[in-house]
Design a protein around this ligand. Structure first.
Ligand code: GRF
Length: 188
């Protein structure tokens, strides 16, 4: 049995999609979802999906070793960031080397780094006049959005595409590719 932990800050549609993908697969257990925002949409999704949810505030995250101790106790084979906005503390990266992955809604190394999240990314891509965007699944290291790239998939941007339209296309790519990428990391 492989254990995964999910981290999310927002709506959690990727969390739901990943949970559905592995539902009924007795080789994989979602040990829980960590969330830094009790008002986030992911909280209701976890209740509905009966996923164990752990909410925390910034002091619990950055001071002391609370979250690290929790993770060590749950002992995941893979930590999956799915729209998680806070930087991962070095203590957690050191405790889970090569075991933390993220999905970014653009083609890194472009349009990454601090402040590049959610609609800001899609707006920046459109402002730059790009003709394509996509997703990047990558390992997480100490620098935002700079870990080694595992997978990229592209979509084209049509004239007149709004950030919302782009977000919709990107989410479709995420739903198609994130769960199988997780499975291949766990089993290959
Ligand atoms: C996704 O676009 C993901 O790439 C980014 O944050 C977004 C999360 O969306 N890191 P959701 O909360 O899973 O709907």
């Amino acid at each position: 049995m492989k254990r995964i932990m999910l981290f999310a800050s927002g709506s959690g549609s990727n969390v739901e999609n990943i949970a559905q993908y592995f539902e009924g697969d007795d080789r994989v257990e979602i040990r829980g979802v960590l969330c830094n925002n009790p008002g986030a949409g992911v909280v209701d999704r976890c209740k509905r999906l009966r996923l164990p949810l752990y909410c925390f505030n910034r002091p619990a995250y950055v001071e002391g070793e609370g979250i690290l101790a929790l993770l060590e106790g749950l002992n995941p084979d893979l930590i999956v960031l799915a729209g998680f906005l806070w930087k991962i503390p070095e203590s957690i990266i050191a405790a889970f080397p090569d075991k933390i992955i993220n999905i970014h809604p653009a083609l890194l190394p472009k349009f990454g780094g601090k402040g590049m999240y959610g609609m800001h990314v899609h707006q920046a891509v459109i402002n730059a006049g790009e003709t394509e965007s996509g997703i990047t699944i990558h390992k997480v290291n100490e620098a935002y959005d700079q870990g080694s790239i595992l997978l990229q998939k592209k979509i084209s941007i049509e004239a007149g595409d709004t950030p919302e339209a782009l977000a919709k296309k990107i989410h479709a790519l995420e739903y198609a590719h994130y769960p199988p990428a997780i499975a291949s990391l766990l089993f290959e």
